[in-house]
Design a protein around this ligand. Structure first.
Ligand code: FES
Length: 362
């Protein structure tokens, strides 16, 4: 039972500006102010974003549109950006990154959440998060933008990559964008054609929009556009600006086939070395813990296996929640292969594997 309605919490958010300034200068403790605000309403905080689930809608067999009403702290968010969603499962705080498919007035946002095989957090949200539940979001990040008017726009999405592009498309069409737009959505099976009904409606209302779904789980039909991405799928888009989102391999294939303007975002699982990991010594300085690990897995996984609970969010190197200082030794970035060996260097535990014995400020 809260003392204030959520609507009032959003409206009163601007009154907190002086307190935010004092907290930013260190003259107030944000956690203490938050404790008082949370007593007045469970979603009220100085800066942190809390949101209530106000709607759920399946938009394909495996993708759920979740609508949320945020407190007044979701400032400057844009469709096409992504946010961390945090939930506590069995006493451990987990976070995952999801795209904003809609940013409306009065704190309303929509996320697209896809079922992941074995994905504890997304599956818990899809199967058990009820309307009315309260959860925390991180601040929005992401650089994808609708291009300036030109010859046209090509949108290439694989799987849940559609969620990053849909919000931009919705806004552009609503704002009267009339230049040709071609959306290619690559999905394994027909049931994964997310937002199909809405996109078909949009095609009827906006003759400049063409949407094609390409099924990658079946061999392409001769003479028809289909199957996995191939350079020929870009025919007819000469002079367009491309926006693409999907697994890293897909985005790379698009990038290699296109010589024009392109914005890209990928969400690939991290690469691992194929050879077995070498045993290494991991020293977690603040925890006064030394363990034997390997040079293959991320430091986040290995710290968790050792009983530590480092802060983390996306586990993909995006949100920076797991950043720690490297005190000694060298690590390898699992995404790019880049080596970091400078003492005092901040590293992201979730995408860093030790290259030998390391000491971490954890
Ligand atoms: S958990 Fe997000 S960057 Fe590591």
């Amino acid at each position: 039972m809260s003392l204030l309605p959520m609507r009032l919490v959003r409206r009163l958010s601007f009154l907190l500006r002086p307190l935010r300034a004092l907290a930013a200068r260190g003259w107030l403790r944000e956690a203490e102010v938050d404790a008082v605000l949370a007593w007045l309403h469970p979603a009220w905080r100085l800066n942190r974003v809390f949101a209530r689930v106000v709607g759920r809608e399946w938009v394909s067999d495996d993708l759920l549109a979740v609508r949320l009403r945020c407190n007044g702290n979701a400032r400057g968010w844009l469709a096409g950006q992504h946010v961390q969603l945090y939930l506590e499962l069995d006493g451990v705080r987990h976070g995952r990154s999801y795209s904003l498919t809609r940013v409306g007035g009065d704190g309303l946002v929509e996320l697209g959440i896809r079922r992941q095989p074995g994905g504890r957090l997304s599956n818990r949200i899809l199967d058990h998060l009820p309307i009315g539940a309260l959860l925390e979001l991180g601040q929005a990040e992401g650089e994808l933008q609708w291009p300036q008017p030109g010859a046209g726009v090509g949108l290439l999405a694989a799987g849940s990559g559609i969620t990053a592009l849909l919000g931009l498309l919705r806004e552009a069409l609503a704002a009267g964008y009339a230049v040709p737009v071609t959306l290619l959505h690559y999905v394994r099976e027909a049931g994964q054609r997310a937002y199909q009904e809405e996109l078909q409606q949009l095609m009827l209302r906006h003759p400049n929009l063409q949407v094609r779904w390409l099924l990658t789980g079946q061999p392409p039909v001769p003479g028809a556009v289909g199957g996995r991405f191939q350079a020929e799928h870009l025919l007819g888009m000469s002079g367009f600006e491309l926006l693409t989102c999907g697994p890293a391999g897909f985005v790379e294939a698009v990038r290699n086939s296109w010589g024009g303007a392109l914005q890209a975002e990928s969400f690939s699982p991290l690469q691992r070395l194929s050879e077995p990991g070498q045993p290494v010594r991991l020293a977690f300085a603040r925890s006064r813990l030394q363990v034997t690990g390997d040079s293959n897995r991320s430091l986040l996984e290995q710290a968790e296996d050792s009983g530590l609970r480092p802060a983390h969010g996306c586990r993909q190197g995006i949100c920076a929640s797991c950043t720690c200082l490297l005190l000694g030794g060298a690590v390898r970035d699992l995404r790019s292969g880049t080596t970091f060996a400078e003492p005092g260097q901040p590293i992201r535990l979730c995408v860093s594997a030790p290259l030998g014995d390391v000491q971490i400020d954890l």
